[in-house]
Design a protein around this ligand. Structure first.
Ligand code: ADP
Ligand code: F6P
Length: 323
């Protein structure tokens, strides 16, 4: 029989992402509207282990929907990866009357939620990461804002690159995944994208292409390099030496994680946060909310973590053919 829950905890974990506040707001207000108590757990699993637990009311999330970052703060916590840390976390939940938790984060955070579920705390994960690297979902909170931020920055680099007739390597985030690079590659009309999932490390081919483009009169050569490939500075030096074309590297870095969320991030985060509460109120646990094939759905966390995700081949081929 489904366990009835009274108090829902909410935490953000791993890297922050624009839209996390919209998700927290939805969890709090949907929880309250269903007659539940809601508690905020600050600093992810680290805050849980330190009992940084606060009561949330409707007002505590006022004026947050448009703000980047996470009002609950976030952290990475090695202690929680250990069985002792997880046991301690579950006991702290019970001590504070928290019988269910919404975990907003990535795959790593979902593994924590899976462990808590096994220890009797009902959990639902909400995909929050700019990297889009969660296999069960076509959308993750923050990806849209991060891509828009990177796209605007790359447009600016392109202006100066054209003026100076340079080659520019712009490194975008994504940890081991190339989705931000792929989307920016298409959105910015880059000459080349380097993705960890696809790049063959044939730098000689790249050098020949840059020279050929230059000989055809191209005034710039924009390479969007994913963080997972990395080494943008040394690559720029080698390209300049080999081609004689001035080459600069720009690493966009953490600016991609900040800023006010786009309409897409606000609406999807709101829907997913509320859905997580609805699932908990139905007595469900060890689930993750996802957006798949145009619909909001949920999966068992174990099933979700076992799924694999690939770079969409057609989009990747377009990045090659439309140059
Ligand atoms: P993300 O959630 O974005 O993938 P991380 O991989 O850094 O980010 O994970 C965030 C946090 O989730 C970690 O710092 C840790 O506290 C927790 N976590 C990660 N892996 C596990 C695991 N295998 N078991 C329990 N908790 C985990
Ligand atoms: O997972 C989000 C992310 O921004 C990745 O793209 C990046 O690799 C990582 O987090 C950076 O982490 P930190 O904030 O610890 O430097």
């Amino acid at each position: 029989m489904a366990k009835e829950i009274n108090t829902i905890g909410v935490l953000t974990s791993g890297g922050d992402a624009p839209g996390m506040n919209a998700a927290i707001r939805a969890v709090v207000r949907e929880g309250l509207s269903k007659g539940k108590k809601v508690k905020g757990i600050r600093r992810g699993y680290a805050g849980l282990l330190n009992e940084e637990i606060i009561d949330m009311d409707a007002k505590s999330v006022s004026d947050t929907i448009s703000r980047g970052g996470t009002i609950l703060q976030t952290a990475r916590c090695m202690e929680f990866v250990t069985p002792e840390g997880q046991q301690k976390g579950a006991e702290i939940c019970k001590k504070h009357g928290i019988d269910a938790i919404v975990v907003i984060g990535g795959d790593g955070s979902f593994q924590g939620a899976q462990k808590l579920a096994g220890l009797g705390i009902n959990t639902v994960g909400v995909p929050g990461t700019i990297d889009l690297d969660i296999a069960c979902t076509d959308y993750t909170i923050g990806f849209d804002t991060a891509c828009n931020t990177a796209m605007e920055a790359i447009d600016k680099v392109r202006d100066t690159s054209t003026s100076h007739e340079r080659c520019s390597i712009i490194e975008v985030m994504g940890r081991g995944a190339g989705y931000i690079a792929l989307w920016c590659g298409l959105a910015n009309g880059a000459e080349e994208i380097l993705l960890p999932e696809k790049y063959d490390y044939d730098e000689q081919r790249l050098i020949e292409q840059i020279k050929a483009a230059h000989d055809c009169g191209k005034q710039h050569y924009i390479i969007i390099n994913a963080e997972g490939v990395g080494h943008s500075q040394s690559m720029a030096k080698r390209i300049e030496e080999a081609t004689g074309i001035e080459t600069r590297a720009t690493i966009l870095g953490h600016m991609q994680r900040g800023g006010s969320p786009t309409v897409m991030d606000r609406v999807y985060a709101t829907t997913m946060g509320a859905m997580a509460v609805d699932l908990l109120c139905e007595g469900k646990s060890n689930r993750v909310v996802a957006h798949r094939n145009g619909e909001f759905v949920d999966y068992d966390i174990n099933e979700a973590l076992a799924m694999k995700k690939c770079i969409p081949e057609y989009m990747y081929q377009l990045s090659k053919s439309l140059v």
